[in-house]
Design a binder for this molecule. Sequence first.
Ligand code: NAP
Length: 243
Amino acid sequence: MKTILITGGTTGIGFACAEYLSANGYKVIITGRSDKNMQLALDQLGDRATGFLSDTSNLNDIDNLVEVVKDKFGKIDGLFVNAGIFKAESFENTTEELFDETMNINLKGAFFTVQKFIPIMNNPSSIVLMSSIVVFKAFAQASAYTASKAALESLAGVLNVELAQKGIRVNILAPGVTESPIQQKSGMSDEAIKDLLEHFSNTSPIGRILNPKDMAPVLEFLVSEKSLVLRNEKIIVDGGTTM
Ligand SMILES: NC(=O)c1ccc[n+]([C@@H]2O[C@H](COP(=O)([O-])OP(=O)(O)OC[C@H]3O[C@@H](n4cnc5c(N)ncnc54)[C@H](OP(=O)(O)O)[C@@H]3O)[C@@H](O)[C@H]2O)c1
């Protein structure tokens, strides 16, 4: 049975992927910061899932996470670097604090999560970096977030070159606007969230807003050996909104 670790697997897209993988024969490990969300997630996931509280922006937490995962599971077959935040703010009003918080979670945390998990990745194994369509379609109020995702994507090529000998492949998942708790945490007003979701629902070729469950089969493809020869690919799952 393959073991897949999902950072930020307690809610939204990470949780939907954990649910899908555990229902399809994978052992799943999820992380998050909120104890309450972790308990809710584990209650729903059942026996095949394990959870650890771990703040991805804290390097000691990542070290501890690697240790406990190694003790309990040995090596892992897939790493979905999914934990991330988005706080809506104009470029002109983006503070150093917001910039650092975004970069520390979305980029630095992702960078060191990959680095520290390498020794316990199987050969072959798969790393999936969670990006976003913001990297190639500009959204107002998303400058720090966009920069964090663009920088994260830029790592994939280098990682593929350096980690190929270890049988580790790295690919990118780039969702479009997906209805999840991220919007409520973004600082956007309820009205602005409603407008955003309605806009993408009305203009999408699929005629509705994306749901976290839409990402799960694609993630499964990327962590399974079905994608063994893919390297540095970006799969855009946006219902066609950016075509
Ligand atoms: N929803 C979209 O429209 C969309 C589109 C493109 C890309 N994405 C990306 O998809 C990923 C998941 O987002 P989502 O929409 O599913 O949002 P979400 O429901 O808010 O999920 C975020 C997950 O990340 C965890 N997390 C956040 N900061 C963390 C930290 N410092 N350490 C550990 N875990 C942390 C959260 O747990 P806690 O609550 O416990 O912190 C939660 O499990 C993000 O990287 C996001 O940028 C989302």
